[in-house]
Design a protein around this ligand. Structure first.
Ligand code: PMT
Length: 218
């Protein structure tokens, strides 16, 4: 039977007032490449995406557009039951403004203080509620990449994490390292996001079929 892959992709936006928001530079290219290769592998795909590159819908590919982290989480909650594999490629805004102004904020003062509150962690929710599902995350870091990625793999209870250098965001290429729950690691040479997507989906299918058993290297 065809596997169903649930993917989050792109950035989330947290509005401050009707015209301004907090977000990041995620283009959604990584999530799109993962969705397209999963379709080539005959999987069913559900993509929940923040504002980013378009992804074509089809009988086998459902695309749900969201704006904020809370909307992304709500869509994930509705669709998680259909997934065999969850892949969190989205660059989720970690914080949102405590108050959203209904009217455009005027630039009357030289300093404007914004109070932010932590957003829910979507992938952590997925890992806490999974039922025989594989959960794959990403880590995007400017420093201490592998140690932060290992920490996230453990703390978020993931099966695999794709550790990316910060230069990956918005670009067409990446050179990630895949870290697995069992301690195995796999470095991928600099290549297109389409090629990285193949590695991720092939590993996801392998982990799912092997019932999450893996042999640690070295
Ligand atoms: O979109 P592109 O331009 O193609 O770039 C791809 C990418 C660099 C955005 C992507 O491959 C990537 O690395 N995504 C994760 C970026 C990120 O925000 O990483 P993080 O280290 O902050 O988060 C770790 C994991 O937790 C991620 O799987 C993230 O989706 C998830 N998360 C984080 C915070 C949150 N509140 N909820 C989450 O689910």
């Amino acid at each position: 039977m065809a596997l169903t892959i649930l993917i989050t992709s792109g950035p989330t936006r947290e509005y401050i007032d009707p015209v301004r928001f907090i977000s990041n530079a995620s283009s959604g290219k990584m999530g799109k490449a993962i969705a397209e290769y999963a379709l080539e592998k005959d999987c069913n795909v559900i993509v929940i995406k923040g504002p980013s590159v378009p992804i074509e819908t089809s009988d086998k590919c459902k695309v749900i557009d969201v704006i904020s982290t809370e909307e992304m989480l709500a869509a994930v909650k509705r669709n998680l039951k259909y997934a065999d594999v969850f892949i969190g490629a989205a660059a989720v805004s970690d914080y949102r403004p405590v108050k959203v102004s209904k009217i455009k904020i005027k630039k009357d003062s030289d300093i404007l203080n914004l109070q932010l509150i932590k957003n829910p962690d979507i992938i952590k929710y997925v890992a806490e509620h999974k039922k025989n599902q594989i959960v794959i995350g990403f880590a995007l870091e400017s420093n201490n990449l592998l140690s932060y990625a290992k920490k996230k793999l453990k703390e978020k209870n993931l099966d695999m994490i794709v550790a990316n250098d910060v230069s990956t965001i918005g670009s067409n290429k990446s050179m990630p390292c895949l870290l697995f729950k069992c301690g195995k690691t796999k470095k991928i040479k600099l290549s297109s996001k389409e090629n990285i997507a193949k590695e991720i989906i092939n590993e996801a299918i392998r982990i799912f079929k092997n019932n999450n058993t893996c042999k640690k290297n070295n």
